[in-house]
Design a binder for this molecule. Structure first.
Ligand code: NAI
Ligand code: FMN
Length: 174
């Protein structure tokens, strides 16, 4: 049986159409930090998700053209700091272009096991070692095995949806 390929004009998804559709997927906002021999760095990421609880693993997608990419590759440790509603301005600071020292001075940080900066007041922080990296297109998928956790059960979460920030409150807190 022969198959007729769809013409590229019908099957190809334009980059901008893909982005417009992706903008409709609400996602938590995170600041991903690292520290170690390569120095300290951090960036804002919405492309983060849970992979498996055994071993406890998340993934983070990082654009290889980001200024922070070499630092993460050198350090091989990172912390996924999931932001609270109050961290909207911080999210923009870590979202690109701002010099690294100016990003970190705007908040308070601690460390746990790996030395990656833990953000004070984050709704959750996952202190991780990078266990595996896979390149897909422009991005690297970093598989991150949690070594230690901080979980904050109070306060509102921060969601990025339709190219804007939204605050999430538990139903009973409204
Ligand atoms: N996964 C990523 O690398 C993301 C990058 N961004 C960057 O933040 C800035 C502002 O983004 P928006 O206001 O949401 O407008 P936008 O039109 O650039 O992006 C809309 C949506 O498309 C997806 N997206 C954007 N750039 C992407 C990329 N290079 N690779 C894969 N998916 C991508 C994201 O889900 C994003 O929310 C842009 O520079 C964008 O590239 C934002 C969200 C995710
Ligand atoms: C809301 C938001 C979500 C983002 N999500 C991602 C992401 O998941 N992956 C990524 O590589 N960049 C993401 N970015 C862009 C990076 O934060 C930005 O490229 C990074 O700070 C490096 O910028 P620089 O090269 O100017 O340092 C996001 C930006 C914003 C504002």
């Amino acid at each position: 049986m022969s198959h007729t390929a769809l013409s590229p004009a019908l099957s190809a998804v334009e980059k901008q159409d893909f982005r417009n559709a992706m903008a409709r997927l609400g996602a938590a906002v995170n600041i991903i930090t690292t520290d170690g021999p390569g120095g300290r760095a951090g960036f804002t990421a919405s492309a983060v998700c849970s992979v498996t609880d055994s071993p406890p693993t998340l993934l983070v997608c990082l654009n290889r053209s980001a200024s922070v990419w070499p630092t993460f590759m050198q350090n091989q440790v990172l912390c996924v700091n999931t932001l609270a509603a109050e961290h909207e301005a911080l999210s923009n600071l870590f979202g690109g272009k701002t010099p690294m020292a100016e990003r970190f001075i705007a908040a308070e940080w601690a460390t746990l096991l790996t030395g990656a900066p833990i953000l004070n007041g984050a709704v959750a922080s996952f202190d991780c070692r990078i266990s595996q990296t896979i390149s897909v297109g422009t991005h690297d998928i970093l598989f991150c095995e949690a070594q230690a956790l901080v979980c904050n059960h109070h306060g509102a979460g921060l969601i990025y949806f339709d190219r804007g920030y939204h605050h999430l409150l538990r139903q009973e807190a409204r």
